[in-house]
Design a protein around this ligand. Structure first.
Ligand code: ISJ
Ligand code: MG
Length: 452
């Protein structure tokens, strides 16, 4: 099979588009693709002149996608439940048999509350153009949505998008950011009050876990390229997912999260309990001691076990088989380490991605237990709207899908960087050490911003 340069690929796809014969019985969603030579995906994405720009890199898969523009946009400014989303998706899915068509996007942490304007409570996109890498194989793809019947104009738009594609430019070099001011919501005083409320015996008996979080806003007076930041973050934590959503120039959500919500391949499901945290040691010996102490610590083990038990319970009615690791392993990141248990399930026939989202999101790794009282406490007490922080981001496809939990994330706006961090509050949690845990979760991104 021919492997093209980017410009040859654009010429070849344009040629194919010109010759495309639209038949009434053909799929309304059309996808064309050609193999290309290696292209640095983030740099290519950052150079493109149109929006949305979407980046996705799987954690355990050799897969990376940079996508631009859209030929179908599913945007939900108001609350939409999983059943409604499912109906929309079923309609969409019925339009094509092509196994490679994907819808990228995300759902907010809490779809019952106000969200960030362009992100909405749920937002998915069938991109116009995608650059996909699988291992060492690169492809350029173009999608057409001829559902409305006007195939000719769709073809014209696809050709225009291809003609406008820019060559990748090197990302701007990382620069040290001058932080003018920092504010935390909740602040340390309020945090202590909240942790004390949650750990109060009467409360914790009924609500054994609430993941409280904090928004840290950094005021800046220089531009920051979110894609450069994401590329640096990727360099620090390669064993994480990295993704970014930029629906317009002034607002970009990026994440370098270690946490998978789920990966589905046909009826095979992979998920996990990631909860319980300590720092990394300064040398190998210290690092091992910290890991061992984490494994033996009651509070951290409890944090993780609650997540594992809940996920197993939630998947049981949807599965023929569910299995979870009985003893957690340690998952190491550049500045912190977590307790991690893999969970695998074989789904019953017919279980769809929205049943999975409904069953799993948000897990007690970012919400709490029981789900509703914990969510209600978070809604009423945290004092800021989480938006897509701790939401679920990823893609749907007929045969496989993958979602990550949008923690270790940042919303980049002009003049401001919004950082998010949360910690699972359980029996035995202390406000001061949980505050330090929040700080530790920000160390990597703060060091990228300030230590260059
Ligand atoms: C909520 C976050 O992380 C979650 C909380 C953890 C904990 O409290 O130990 C660990 C991993 C995640 O489940 C976050 O990073 O914002
Ligand atoms: Mg914790």
């Amino acid at each position: 099979m021919a492997v093209y340069s980017l410009s040859q690929a654009i010429a070849s796809l344009t040629d194919t588009l010109k010759q495309l014969k639209f038949q009434t019985q053909s799929d309304p969603i059309i996808q064309l693709s050609v193999s290309i030579k290696p292209v640095p995906a983030i740099a290519w994405l950052a150079a493109q002149p149109c929006y949305p720009r979407i980046y996705w890199k799987g954690r355990d898969t050799e897969e990376e996608v940079a996508a631009i523009g859209c030929c179908k946009d599913f945007f939900y400014a108001d609350n939409i439940d999983d059943n409604q989303l499912s109906i929309e998706y079923q309609k969409q899915r019925a339009l094509s048999n092509n196994q490679d068509i994907r819808y990228y996007g995300g759902v907010a942490f809490d779809r019952t509350t106000e969200c960030w304007p362009e992100f909405g409570r749920a937002h998915f996109v069938l991109p116009r153009v995608e650059l996909r890498r699988h291992g060492n194989d690169y492809k350029l793809l173009v999608n057409l949505n001829c559902e409305t019947g006007n195939a000719e104009s769709e073809r014209d738009q696809a050709m225009t998008s291809l003609a406008q594609l820019a060559s990748p430019k090197p990302l701007p070099p990382p620069n040290k950011i001058n932080i003018l001011s920092r504010s935390d919501r909740p602040d340390r005083y309020r945090w202590t009050e909240l942790v004390n409320q949650v750990t109060h015996q009467k409360f914790i008996q009924e609500t054994p876990k609430v993941v409280l979080s904090r928004l840290t806003q950094l005021e800046i007076n220089q531009p920051v390229d979110p894609w450069m930041l994401l590329a640096c973050w990727q360099g620090r934590n390669k064993n994480s997912f990295q993704f970014g959503f930029q629906f317009s120039p002034d607002s970009t959500f990026i994440s370098c999260t270690p946490e998978r919500l789920y990966r589905r391949r046909q009826r095979e499901l992979f998920t996990e309990a990631l909860a319980g945290t300590t720092t990394r040691g300064l040398n190998l010996e210290e690092d091992k001691v910290l890991a061992q102490t984490l494994m033996e610590d009651n509070k951290n083990s409890h944090e993780n076990r609650l997540v594992k038990d809940h996920i197993v319970d939630a998947l049981t009615p949807l599965s023929n088989y569910v299995g979870a690791e009985s003893i957690p392993k340690v998952f190491k990141l550049s500045h912190i380490q977590h307790l991690h248990r893999s969970i695998r399930a074989e789904l019953k026939p017919g279980v769809d991605d929205f049943q999975l989202l409904q069953a799993l999101h948000p897990t007690p790794a970012v919400g709490g237990l029981p789900k509703e009282p914990a969510m209600s406490f978070i809604r009423q007490s945290e004092g800021y709207a989480r938006g897509w922080y701790a939401g679920a981001c990823g893609y749907f496809n007929k045969y496989e899908s993958e979602f990550a939990v949008a923690i270790r994330s940042a919303l980049i706006e002009p003049g401001r960087i919004n950082l998010f961090a949360g910690a699972g509050i359980v029996s035995g949690s202390e406000a001061d050490s949980e505050w330090i845990e929040l700080e530790n979760k920000l160390t990597t991104i703060l060091s990228i911003l300030t230590e260059l």
